[in-house]
Write a protein that binds this ligand. Structure first.
Ligand SMILES: [Zn+2]
Ligand SMILES: [Zn+2]
Length: 456
């Protein structure tokens, strides 16, 4: 995920909004003091006894990644893990999705989500348990497959939290809905599971929780945002049309290569000249393809864009500007009108963490892990389809995703040196979370967050 920080004004406006939100409702008993200490100790003890098995699970998942929509073995393993704990499990919910329900009396329904898919990346970490998996992508190209976004870590923490909570049924009441979601990397899995009836066929959640690996913070730590966490993501294709011909006779052609180059530069003015600098947006042309040979002017050039925004209004205006600028440039070049295509169904909505839920969860994590280890961070312009779980139906569901530190602290010291090695970002072929203590922190944080909502 490429990251850009959000404006101070937005954060200020957000903070003003937060002040109007009650921190804890009248019927909610936050986990504090001795009760919290006892639960934390009990969870840590359970993690001690499960740790070897969880690390083995992590390494197994890491070595056996599957691409989006192909998470067959992974989903089967997740289903098996939940069944062994007494969850009522339904498979193939929206593709390869897994839903496990554990009922334990009257109380809130808490959904805990993991994603399961990996990326078409050839791993170069050199780890003994590195993935050697190769497959064909949807275009038929042979690609390496790697858990370069850390979804293997998400699954491990999710299984760990399920084990802890299934073993502590005397400490909570309500219903757990643990879901293994496919196809997060292509923005399809959450939508597919919701369309398959996740909120109708299974208990509708009162709260949704998730975590995501973070390459910006040391292992043993957690980062969070209140409100905006991640951005809207749209993809746009532009087919720039010209009139092909001989490279030596440009006057007999309309050159789509030059026109495409002009469009790429003109698009930069959307963010730099049209947008309010305090309302973030990103327009990136990530792919440009045209032509076959030095001396042939082609008929067309294809551009692929990713567009990141944080509000509906900005999104609408930026998408409109892309179309307008591409068409105006073509008009100026006497070229045919370009085809600007945008697939609304591929849209990934921004993730807004529910402020009250964040403010209810964070103090518990701070008390258990240490305040200095649980810190606020800025939102990023990366995308995550977890936001969809908040948006369906007439009533919004409070959601909260937090970020799990995964990097050995000494690597930050090294990276700060003038010639120090930079830390790879998520999706890099060199990115990897350190299993211990990352697994311990992830399991403890997830399990405590659930106990805090459904505790007795
Ligand atoms: Zn990713
Ligand atoms: Zn991810």
């Amino acid at each position: 995920m490429p990251f850009t920080s959000i404006s101070p004004l937005r954060l200020l406006l957000g903070s003003m909004l937060f002040l109007m939100v009650p921190v804890v409702g009248a019927d909610e008993k936050p986990l504090t003091g001795t009760a919290l200490k006892e639960r934390t100790q009990e969870i840590k003890k359970k993690i001690d006894s499960e740790y070897a098995s969880l690390e083995a699970l992590y390494k197994h998942l890491h070595a056996n990644p599957e691409l989006s929509l192909h998470e067959l073995q992974t989903a089967a393993r997740m289903a098996k893990e939940l069944k062994a704990l007494g969850f009522e499990v339904t498979e193939k919910v929206g593709g390869t999705g897994v839903v496990g329900v554990l009922k334990n009396g009257k109380g809130p329904t808490v959904l805990v989500r993991t994603d399961m898919d990996a990326l078409p990346v050839t791993e170069k970490t050199g780890l003994p348990y590195a993935s050697k998996v190769r497959t064909r992508d949807k275009h038929g190209n042979e690609v390496g497959v790697m858990h370069a976004c850390g979804h293997d870590m998400h699954m491990t923490c999710w299984v760990g939290a399920a084990r802890v909570l299934a073993g502590m049924k005397d400490q909570w009441q309500g219903t757990l809905v643990f879901i293994g979601q496919p196809a997060e990397e292509i923005g399809a899995g959450a939508r597919d599971m919701l369309e398959a009836g996740l909120y109708e066929k299974f208990p509708r959640p009162d709260y949704c929780l998730a975590l995501h690996c973070d390459n910006f913070s040391p292992h043993g730590q957690v980062r969070y945002t209140e409100g905006l966490a991640l951005a809207n993501v749209d993809s746009v294709d532009i087919l720039v049309k010209g009139k092909g011909g001989h490279g030596s006779a440009p006057h007999t052609t309309i050159d789509p290569v030059v026109l495409a180059a002009r469009i790429v530069l003109d698009l930069q003015t959307i963010v730099s000249r049209e947008r309010n600098p305090l309302e973030p947006a990103v327009v990136t042309v990530g792919s440009i393809h045209g032509g076959t040979k030095h001396n042939i002017i082609p008929n067309d050039v294809a551009l692929q864009l990713t567009v990141r925004t944080t509000t509906d209004k900005t999104r609408k205006e930026v998408l409109e500007a892309i179309s307008r600028i591409a068409k105006a440039a073509a008009l100026g070049a006497k070229a045919p009108e370009p085809v600007v295509s945008h697939q609304p169904e591929d849209f990934t909505p921004a993730v807004y963490n529910d402020v009250a839920l964040a403010r209810r969860t964070v103090p518990v994590l701070q008390e258990a892990l240490g305040a200095e280890k649980v810190q606020a961070r800025l939102p990023v312009m990366g995308g995550e389809d977890f936001g969809r779980f908040a948006l369906t139906g007439d009533k919004k569901v409070p959601i909260f995703i937090f970020f799990l530190g995964t990097i050995a602290p000494e690597r930050f010291v090294e990276a700060a040196k003038p010639d120090g090695k930079t830390i790879p970002s998520l999706h890099s072929d060199e990115y990897y979370p350190v299993p211990e203590p990352t697994i311990r922190t992830g399991v403890l944080s997830l399990a405590l967050s659930v106990l805090n909502l459904a505790g007795k």
